[in-house]
Design a protein around this ligand. Sequence first.
Ligand code: DQA
Length: 150
Amino acid sequence: MKKKILLINGPNLQLLGVREPGIYGVKTLPQIVEDLRSYASELGCELEDFQSNSEGALVDKIGSSLAAGVDGIIINPAAYTHTSVALRDALAAVALPAVEVHLSNILEREDFRHKSFTAAKCLGVISGFGALSYRLALTALADHLRSAEK
Ligand code: DQA
């Protein structure tokens, strides 16, 4: 059975490509999603993607993931990484394997970006490799799902 991966992107990531390209790169979100979708199909996975600037919509999406048959989550919570108890609780509630992604290396940036509320409810964090962070996250998640099957 194909594994269903939910890709979630948080606030301001719809502006990738124009948003601070020196930090976040020049690829747009649709380009990143397209690349990831074809990589997912190489790995025998199906990718659904969701982006929102609203914390509540992101919480709702995570909350509905079990009923939607999602097997694993890749999430870039963007600024909510550093603020959101609600997103952390949503990840804990569904308890699906999840990987947190950041384009930039949050640990080399401002102090307020060093704290992640969501990371502890994920298998791990990939941060600092630009668009490649998403592919690395999918590699890790697909590998985890395969070994969980055995
Ligand atoms: C980000 C890092 C966050 O600190 C920031 O608020 C973002 C993007 C990243 O992908 O590097 O919006 O999650």
